[in-house]
Write a protein that binds this ligand. Structure first.
Ligand code: HEC
Length: 191
């Protein structure tokens, strides 16, 4: 029964053989090829994220929008003067407080004790302050220091971001109970 079907099969049998096996040309179905080509075209559009496909603004704009949203959620301390709102915002930011704690441990713990209870420097966990306990007062004291009393000025030593973060961290020591608290110095600050 030599029909057209058999002829087609003969046409697709290629001449060469591997290890006695003759190659049969069996192309992928058209729908498969079209789908495959479609995925390639889609990938190009997707990567560029142009026009009505994707978000439409392009990857760079998307990236910048994400970064801006992040910066808004995590206010980055800038140089110069920080106001109370900015400092209080840092004091609620988990990452900033962690950085502040690192700075505190590295630069402040030697004089104020690791838990803020005070050694050479005053207790930072109690409600008594020599130079004011508002967060902006702490910022000023840490920035300018009280050199004649042994508190170094940190404004030039620390980066602005470190300085702001360590002040935010110090503000969170309020009301904690250090292991060996130094006796109160200065005036009480009523919250
Ligand atoms: C070399 C020791 C020393 C180091 C290091 C040090 N301090 Fe002090 N600090 C002091 C002394 C002493 C005082 C008290 C100054 C005074 O009597 O007026 C003080 C005061 C302060 C005050 C004011 C307390 C108050 O009652 O008003 C703050 C806030 C403070 N330090 C934070 C810090 C921070 C934050 C760091 C680290 C970045 C730091 N200090 C590092 C010695 C130190």
């Amino acid at each position: 029964m030599a029909g057209p079907t058999n002829d087609n099969i003969q046409d697709k049998l290629l001449d060469h053989t591997y290890d006695g096996i003759q190659e049969y040309d069996n192309p992928m179905p058209r729908w498969w090829l079209l789908t495959f080509a479609g995925t390639i075209i889609f990938s190009v559009i997707y990567v560029m994220n142009i026009g009505p496909v994707g978000n439409g603004k392009g990857r760079i704009a998307d990236y910048e929008a994400s970064m801006a949203a992040y910066a808004k959620a995590h206010p980055a301390p800038t140089g110069g003067d920080m106001n109370a709102d900015q400092l209080l915002a840092l004091a609620k930011d988990h990452e900033q407080l962690e950085e502040g704690q690192e700075t505190y441990t590295a630069y402040c713990a030697s004089c104020h004790a690791p838990d803020g209870g005070g050694l050479i420097g005053p207790n930072l966990a109690d409600a008594y302050w020599l130079h004011g306990g508002a967060i902006t007062d702490i910022y000023n004291t840490v920035t300018n220091g009280v050199l004649e009393k042994g508190m170094p000025p940190w404004g030039k030593t620390l980066k602005p971001a470190q300085l702001a973060a360590v002040v935010a961290y110090v503000s969170t020591l309020q009301g904690t109970t250090p292991a060996n608290p130094k006796a109160p110095q200065g005036n009480p600050v009523t919250p």
